[in-house]
Design a protein around this ligand. Structure first.
Ligand code: UD1
Length: 430
């Protein structure tokens, strides 16, 4: 298995092109199941999770083609064309779904188009139980009969889905996406109340509208969707990855460096930017992105609470915690979205961090310096927090189980090395 080796202490300086958002790309790829015409997605990031979903879609009968690599330094990413002319198989098998929970996003589109789907239950994962009850309840409100048998979700709507009024008791990104996609082909109007408002949801809605869907209320907490008989093809550019961008902004801060991130804009992550500014990081607009300057600034701890958008994203909680370990004063970090999302804490403590966890809150007290250590990545965002800590630490840090990083960060070691980080990937045998 590959490892990442970092010798910390270099302030990062330079420019990083932010890739297309993984969490936008995955539902957009699933949306290709809704039409027999071609959906072309541009600015596609090159990530393991994208390859996993492509394999799943291929076994449903989707023809997939990829045109070329990203031009050096640009953000155009790659273009993926997906054509689900005929769906040959409506089963999403355990072997593929267990690799990535977002596979459950094929459920809504398959039932909406084919009237049936059999999708493996994703099961537990490192950051909590992560149920799919909201996806299933919403689909049954749209008229699907749902059974759970032998670890699989069986959904059937032989006469098609029917529009419904669905109120989400909890805000869920995945359930909003699954039901928004399903409702586009339902008979009549659906009203989805208390939906997630993450930028990736808006991106999916814009693509569905380009495919012919009728969706109003995009960007608000209520979506009104008038079902149409069929959707057509479209070409859609995937928005920038705000979590990748946030991680690199923290790389600038934690090394007291100066990085320009191209392709991002303020409205993608205002709560996060405000937190950095309160800590003492200067954030400035550039011609095509944002610049983060921390050289010479003394940074201070501030309290953070994760919340659904527009609040502070849970996917940047581990990274901001790594930064808080290196600043003056203390910070209370509270995780409200997921249970059990502090697995990075013991690893950060092995690098000299001072963190105490009590239930959903972590009290972080800044230390004069972190020290390099061999550490173990447990999930995607936890892994990158260890990379960030390694960039700041004295001495050498080795991060094991790098495959977590490859799920969500495109060429991370190349992007960081180009800005002065002493970082390399050590290839493993297995
Ligand atoms: C998505 C993101 C993930 C991010 C998360 C929260 C993708 C591919 N993944 O995950 O990176 O961390 O949003 O911003 O976009 N819940 C239920 N029942 C359900 C569904 C969810 O109780 O049926 C709960 C979850 O356990 C969690 C909360 O709702 O506590 C939010 O989860 P959700 O927004 O659904 O996350 P994902 O869509 O899985």
């Amino acid at each position: 298995m590959d490892r990442i080796r970092i010798r910390g202490g270099n302030p990062l300086k330079g420019r990083i092109a932010i890739s297309g958002a993984k969490n936008a790309a995955l539902p957009l790829m699933a949306a290709s199941l809704l039409t027999d015409e071609t959906l072309t997605l541009t600015n596609l990031p090159q990530l393991a999770d994208i390859a996993t979903l492509a394999s799943l879609l291929a076994q449903h009968g989707v023809a997939i083609s990829m045109n070329g690599e990203a031009p050096q330094g640009g953000h155009s990413g790659r273009a993926l064309s997906l054509t689900a002319a005929t769906i040959t198989n409506t089963t999403a098998p355990y072997d593929l779904v267990r690799k990535m929970r977002a596979s459950v996003l094929v459920l809504g589109p398959l039932v909406a188009r084919e009237g049936r789907a059999r999708v493996s239950l994703p099961g537990g994962c490192a950051i909590g139980t992560r149920p799919v009850d909201l996806h299933l309840k919403g689909l049954s409100q749209l008229g699907a009969a749902i059974d759970l048998t032998e670890g699989y979700i069986e959904a059937r709507a032989p006469h098609g889905l029917k529009g419904a009024h669905i109120v989400f008791p909890t805000v869920s990104v995945g359930a909003t996406e699954n039901l928004m996609m399903a409702a586009t082909l339902a008979d009549g109007e659906s009203v989805l109340v208390n939906v997630a408002r993450e930028p990736e949801i808006g991106d999916l809605a814009r693509c569905l509208i380009a495919m012919g869907a009728e969706i109003a209320g995009v960007g608000t907490d209520t979506l009104r969707i008038r079902g149409v008989k069929r959707l057509g093809g479209a070409t859609h550019a995937i928005i920038a990855d705000r979590i990748e961008a946030g991680s690199y902004a923290i790389a600038a801060a934690i090394t007291r460096g100066d990085l320009e991130l191209s392709g991002v804009s303020v409205e993608l992550f205002e709560a996060f930017l405000e937190c950095l500014q309160r800590m003492g990081v200067a954030v400035m607009p550039t011609a095509d992105g944002l610049r983060f300057v921390c050289s010479g600034n003394e940074l201070v701890g501030v309290d953070v609470m994760t919340e659904p958008f527009p609040g502070f994203p849970t996917d940047l909680q581990a990274q901001i915690m790594a930064l808080m370990t290196t600043v003056s004063g203390a910070a209370m970090i509270t995780e409200t979205v997921f249970e059990n999302r502090f697995m990075h804490v013991p690893e950060l403590c092995r690098m000299g961090a001072n963190i105490n966890v009590h239930r959903a809150s972590a009290m972080v007290r800044g230390v004069p310096h972190l020290t390099g250590a061999p550490v173990m990545a447990t999930d995607l965002r936890a892994s990158v927090s260890l990379v960030l800590a390694g960039l700041a630490a004295r001495g050498e840090t080795t991060i094991n189980r790098v495959y977590h990083l490859d799920r969500g960060y495109e060429r991370i070691e190349e992007k960081l090395a180009a800005c002065g980080a002493d970082i390399e990937r050590v290839r493993g045998n297995a």
